[in-house]
Structure formats: structure tokens, C-alpha cells
Design a protein around this ligand. Structure first.
Ligand code: SF4
Ligand code: SF4
Length: 81
């Protein structure tokens, strides 16, 4: 489990190395470790909470858990800004 203000939980035992999560992440939070054939999560606070990675993972190995009270999300959801 990676902890920042937002969390992405990853279970490497469920992962089959299909790379779908890695290819879906457009902000490079998910990198690829070729040696272990598993995703690596970097700069999780840059996650845009699109949930592509979680939705595409057929193995249910990824869970994106936004910190809804964080300043980042409050700014992006505020329609008056
Ligand atoms: S989509 Fe799921 S199974 Fe595929 S590499 Fe990512 S975590 Fe592993
Ligand atoms: S939720 Fe979207 S932005 Fe965040 S890690 Fe997954 S694919 Fe990347």
C-alpha cells in the first residue's frame, strides 16, 4: 500500500503483469518494472482519480482511494473557481 494524501492499494499477488494499468495512466503515476513485471506507483499525489487503472484491472489488484477532503480534490471539484 502506498500512502500519500491519496492512496492507491496494490496487491502484487493478484497481479498477472498485463500492463493495462500502466498503459492507462496518462499522468505517469503508474510506471513499469520490467524485472518484476509489476506496476510501480510514483508521485501518487499527482493521480487524477480517473479510475482507469482500477476499472481495467481484471484481477482486482488496484484500488484507488481518493482523499476527498484534500485541497487538490476540493479545487478540482469546485465549480465556482
Ligand atoms: S492491470 Fe492489474 S493485473 Fe494488469 S498489470 Fe495492472 S495490476 Fe497487474
Ligand atoms: S486513477 Fe487514473 S491517474 Fe490515478 S493512477 Fe489510476 S490511471 Fe493513473
Amino acid at each position: 500500500m502506498i500512502n500519500t494524501r491519496h492512496r492507491i492499494e496494490f496487491d502484487p499477488d493478484r497481479c498477472v503483469g498485463c500492463q493495462l494499468c500502466y498503459k492507462s495512466c496518462f499522468v505517469d503515476v503508474i510506471r513499469w518494472d520490467a524485472e518484476s513485471r509489476r506496476p510501480v506507483f510514483k508521485y501518487v499525489s499527482d493521480c487524477e482519480h480517473c479510475f482507469y487503472c482500477e476499472a481495467l484491472c481484471k484481477q482486482n489488484a488496484i484500488h484507488v482511494i481518493p482523499a476527498y477532503a484534500s485541497e487538490h480534490l476540493l479545487q478540482s471539484f469546485d465549480p465556482y473557481r
